[in-house]
Ligand binder design. Structure first.
Ligand SMILES: [Zn+2]
Length: 844
């Protein structure tokens, strides 16, 4: 309906979506695409059937090219297109059944187009794929591009004769001509436009076994894929069994395929019945560790969980994006906790999920997990850690609060009420209330609609008889805004030689006395978020922090040790503990640590402390100790995964000239890591580090490696590593390329941002800080959903000085940019604020 619109709006405002959802129903799309022209557009045809309950006119969304030959209810109608919409005139429509048909062209290109074209440099084959989330379906074909107007799609695609074509539904028929072939698909179940997808090219199924989902890979990668795919199929098959039973709903679509896409802009996309996965997330380009395989399982299960959460039951509008992302993320871990109980799943969850959420939620740029999206064109901004990390963390808290069984029953009710339909967060809370018999509205309104999080501190005293006299939890709002959060947590009383005591505590206001604690033996330390059920910044009291810093090596439980290391690091980030103290404890304990995930995170935090937080003198003093440790452990760790991790840790913390020798030797084959075959990406990472740190041979090693890597992906890695060259001309060249080279693939740019902004190059990259901020409106408009944050993290994260920090804040104060972009800058600059604060306090 456009009756209420003075002019045709840009994008899809919420009001337009609401009007259309109220008037349009029973949507059926019949669409054809012809990819045989292999140029920058694909001709398409469409027949659209729908019911109208109100008189027109009506806006159909389309941002592609040349809409033509429009026929509405058997009458030819002139195409009137404006601001990304085709106006369907009232005179041509009527209440009841309507049918229209038209022709159009879908733009095709290597990046930034409705259909992405990828050329495989290894065999010259061409691949095409779509990625429409959140509202790019209308960039490819005319549609009502909003999640709550679900349609049934019948697709046919014509491509070259040897191509496979994969889409949401099973194949219905094949037609062959001399040089081309056409594949027709069965009609889909009702799905949202952002979940409709297809891909074409010489994809081949690998390890095809009846009863297991098919995984398609491009022809040139078949042999590389043989060894990796069975694990992916097995976890997916196990996941389908688990989710079907946990959700009380069978798999909701007719089949489930996975397709590995090279250069895919994120880990995966859960198209109904046909998940697209980033090829590099499945077929590892560097020697893999158990941690990497764990990450791959969570990726597969995340996309699989979406088939129920997101695809079967879909959020009504993208302001509830967290409904699907929070659940997919949480359910991936929930499933793994059942399927792989030996894997410390919740310690992984804490390490992978929590830091990103806390990192954003303590900043002035944070948002509630429910994010008001006035227009779908701004939906990209909803993507980020609040949705992917805070939301799953809250679901873990909710499950702890109401109990696992009530949680599961609530989900079953929610899905059963909205099969193939749409829902909002209120529907979900209502389901949990029915299942648990609890009033959850206060909980929901605090956690879902309000931004920020609590900082929780612990006060406790022991009496003269060695007993705990009292224990109190107090919360404050980290943002100094109004409001507290209801939460339930498990408090750990830790002791020197006896077993820990664990107490459940609830906090429904500012302060809670944990009365059960009184009279227990006086503990050596207290940690108030044991097992990580609650969400908040749990600050160690001084006595506990001191004890943990000295004795953390004695904590034998991996999960607990992981949480305590995290709490110490939180103290560093809050400038309450010196980075040198953290490094000292790490250097003492790390040599004994055998848990891969902990080795990885301790190594990464040490690199941040070394490169961002220390004075140059302290850096030169501390770095060799860590470098030497890494070189030694890379050689003599008992476990292969640990040796690989230590190799990566060496690369991330390399600082001094002395550390470059072993890296050069590894690259030249004079030094080997026992039983580890380094892969192309490992080699290129070494080249990057050597370039960034000005190793004398770096330029010639770069040239040698460029010749040596003859794989199709070699040029991409050479481009990425080249960004690390520490000279002004290179930085200028790359920045110009980012801004002005439309043919440059987006994944190349994104992958090179970190090398461009290497920690050691901050003086060279500082001149690009302001231009990178000024580019934000363009970046938001032209790039895929995760790019903006990657851009900001790289350019702001590459700086460590008070001047740079001031530059960002001054720029923000006067910038005329969208509110969502301002928030993103505030989210990212918080880290730099902290770096400046920590350096001022400890790096003098
Ligand atoms: Zn997802």
């Amino acid at each position: 309906m456009i009756s209420a619109w003075a002019s045709v709006p840009v994008g899809i405002p919420r009001e337009l979506a609401e009007e259309r959802a109220a008037a349009v129903s029973d949507l059926r799309y019949e669409i054809t695409f012809d990819l045989t022209q292999r140029k920058d557009s694909a001709p398409g045809t469409e027949t659209l059937r729908f019911k109208l309950s109100k008189d027109g006119p009506l806006l159909l969304d389309f941002r592609g090219d040349n809409p033509r030959d429009l026929i509405i209810n058997r009458q030819p109608v002139a195409v009137v297109a404006e601001n990304g919409h085709i106006i369907l005139p009232a005179s041509a429509l009527h209440i009841g059944d309507n049918m229209l048909s038209l022709k159009f062209d879908a733009p095709v290109g290597p990046s930034g187009k409705a259909i992405t074209r990828f050329e495989d440099k290894e065999d010259g084959a061409e691949y095409f794929y779509t990625l429409f989330v959140p509202m790019d379906a209308s960039a490819a074909f005319p549609c009502f591009d909003q999640p709550d107007l679900k349609g049934r799609f019948t697709l046919s695609v014509t491509s070259l004769a040897n191509d496979s074509i994969i889409s949401n539904a099973p194949k219905a028929w094949d037609g062959r001509a001399s040089r081309s072939s056409t594949t027709g698909f069965r009609e889909t179940e009702p799905i949202s436009t952002y979940l409709f997808a297809f891909a074409a090219g010489p994809f081949r199924p690998v390890h095809h076994v009846f009863g297991l989902p098919d995984v398609y890979v491009r022809r040139s990668q078949q042999s590389r894929a043989e060894a990796e795919i069975p694990a992916v199929q097995q976890i997916t098959a196990d996941g389908i069994k688990f989710f079907s039973s946990y959700f009380g709903q069978p798999f909701p679509f007719h089949k489930y395929d996975m397709l590995l896409i090279p250069g895919f802009p994120f880990g995966g996309m859960e198209h109904a019945g046909a998940t697209f996965l980033n090829e590099d997330s499945v077929l590892f380009r560097s020697a893999p560790t158990d941690d990497d395989r764990f990450g791959r399982m969570t990726l597969c299960l995340h996309e699989l969980a979406h088939q129920w959460f997101g695809d079967l039951t879909t959020m009504k509008w993208f302001d509830d994006l967290w409904l699907k992302e929070g659940f997919a993320q949480y359910m991936a871990y929930r499933a793994l906790a059942e399927l792989k109980p030996e894997q410390n799943v919740w310690a992984h969850f804490y390490q992978q999920i929590k830091p990103a959420a806390y990192g954003i939620d303590v900043t002035a740029g944070t948002t509630p997990i429910y994010q008001n999206i006035a227009n779908l064109k701004d939906a990209k901004s909803a993507y980020g850690a609040i949705v992917y990390s805070k939301a799953p963390a809250l679901l873990k808290q909710l499950s702890y609060l109401i109990g696992d069984n009530h949680f599961r029953d609530g989900l079953r009710l929610y899905l059963a009420d909205h099969l193939y339909g749409n829902a909002q967060w209120g529907d979900l809370v209502y389901s949990f209330e029915r299942a648990s018999g609890q009033d959850l509205k206060p909980w929901a309104s605090a956690w879902i609609t309000r931004r920020g999080m609590p900082e929780i501190r612990t006060q406790w005293e022991c009496d003269g008889n060695g007993k705990l006299a009292n224990l109190t939890l107090t919360q404050k709002n980290v943002l100094d805004e109004k409001g507290t959060w209801p939460l339930a947590t498990q408090v750990l009383l830790g002791y020197d030689n006896t077993a820990a005591i664990r107490l459940r505590a609830t906090l429904n206001g500012q302060t809670a006395v944990v009365s059960e604690a009184a009279g227990k033996a006086c503990p050596a330390y207290i940690f108030a978020n044991d097992e990580d059920n609650a969400y908040g910044l749990f600050v160690l009291d001084d006595k506990s922090r001191e004890y943990i810093r000295r004795h953390i090596g004695q904590v034998s439980d991996v999960f607990e040790r992981t949480l305590l290391w995290g709490a110490l690091w939180d103290s560093v980030r809050a400038a309450e503990m010196s980075p040198a103290d953290y490094l000292e404890a790490t250097l003492r304990e790390l040599p004994k640590e055998t848990n891969e995930t902990l080795v990885r995170s301790l190594g990464a935090r040490s690199a941040v402390a070394l490169h961002d937080y220390l004075s140059e003198t302290a850096q030169q003093n501390w770095a060799p100790k860590f470098e030497d440790l890494a070189v030694a452990k890379m050689a003599d760790s008992p476990d292969k995964g640990l040796r690989i991790l230590w190799f990566r840790t060496l690369l991330s913390l390399a600082t001094t000239e002395a550390s470059l020798k072993p890296i050069e030797k590894l690259l030249e084959g004079e030094l080997k890591i026992p039983d580890v075959e380094l892969r192309s990406l490992d080699r290129w990472r070494m080249v990057s580090v050597l370039l960034a740190l000005k190793a004398p041979e770096a330029e010639s090693l770069y040239a040698t490696e460029s010749k040596r890597d003859s794989s199709g992906i070699g040029p991409k890695y050479a481009y990425v590593a080249g960004a690390a060259k520490p000279d002004a001309a290179t930085k200028q060249h790359y920045f110009d390329d980012y801004m002005n080279n439309a043919a440059r693939q987006e994944d190349w740019v994104q992958a090179s941002l970190g090398d461009f902004n290497a920690w050691s190059a901050s003086a060279l990259t500082a001149p690009y800080l302001k231009p990178s901020l000024e580019a934000l409106p363009r970046v938001k408009q032209e790039r895929k959903i995760f790019f903006t944050l990657a851009w900001l993290n790289a350019f702001i994260g590459g700086q460590h000085s008070a001047e740079s920090d001031r530059l960002v804040h001054n720029w923000l104060a006067s910038a005329q940019i969208d509110a969502d972009l301002k928030l993103k800058v505030l989210q990212v600059v918080d880290d730099l604020d902290r770096t400046v604060k920590i350096r001022a306090k400890f790096a003098q």
